[in-house]
Ligand binder design. Structure first.
Ligand code: SF4
Ligand code: SF4
Length: 171
């Protein structure tokens, strides 16, 4: 039939117009990122950090530059904490290794800069906690195991009521 293709095309277009939109109008609309999605900047809760250095030790690319010292009480403190993001794989191993859960990846992805000198992140100068923090590496809450109840012991056969016994005796 003449024009059949056009009608099919219009029907398809009409279907798409009324159907649910699956794409986002980035950059006008910001994408809805999953909670655990890993972006490419870091954030640090400095007051929780115990300067153990496990994050740096777990990094396969030696991205984390740390220096330590002792305060007047002899407590180990971190005096340098720089993420050399230009070498980072954003694998998240450092975040997973942190025993205090104080190192985070963020949801940042628009991180282009003009100068290479702006790529490393000095987390002591700016902890970057104002960013949207990724839940990646968060330990799930402990779930108590559900232990099924023991099957109830079989009840002993019910004794005949005394009255019934008595009736039986009379008959
Ligand atoms: S995300 Fe991976 S590569 Fe980047 S600093 Fe952490 S451990 Fe290193
Ligand atoms: S692993 Fe965590 S607590 Fe240890 S130095 Fe790194 S950020 Fe601080």
């Amino acid at each position: 039939m003449f024009g059949k293709g056009i009608l099919k095309g219009l029907a398809q277009t009409g279907k798409q117009v009324v159907s649910k939109r699956l794409t986002e109008k980035y950059p006008e609309e910001k994408p809805h990122l999953p909670e655990r999605w890993r972006g490419n900047t870091f954030a640090l809760e400095k007051d929780k950090c115990i300067s153990c250095g496990l994050c740096a030790m777990s990094c396969p690319n030696k991205v984390i530059r740390q220096k330590f010292d002792k305060d007047e009480d002899g407590k180990k403190i971190c005096t340098e904490f720089v993420m050399e993001r230009q070498y980072c794989l954003f694998c998240g191993l450092c975040v997973e290794a942190c025993p205090k859960g104080c190192l985070h990846l963020t949801h940042d992805f628009e991180t282009a800069v003009y100068s290479a000198a702006d790529v490393p992140q000095d987390l002591l100068a700016d902890n970057h906690l104002d960013a949207a923090i990724s839940k990646y590496g968060e330990k799930p809450p402990l779930v108590k195991p559900v232990i099924p109840p023991k099957p109830a012991a079989a009840a002993p056969a019910a004794a005949k009521p005394a009255a019934e016994d008595a009736k039986g005796g009379e008959a």
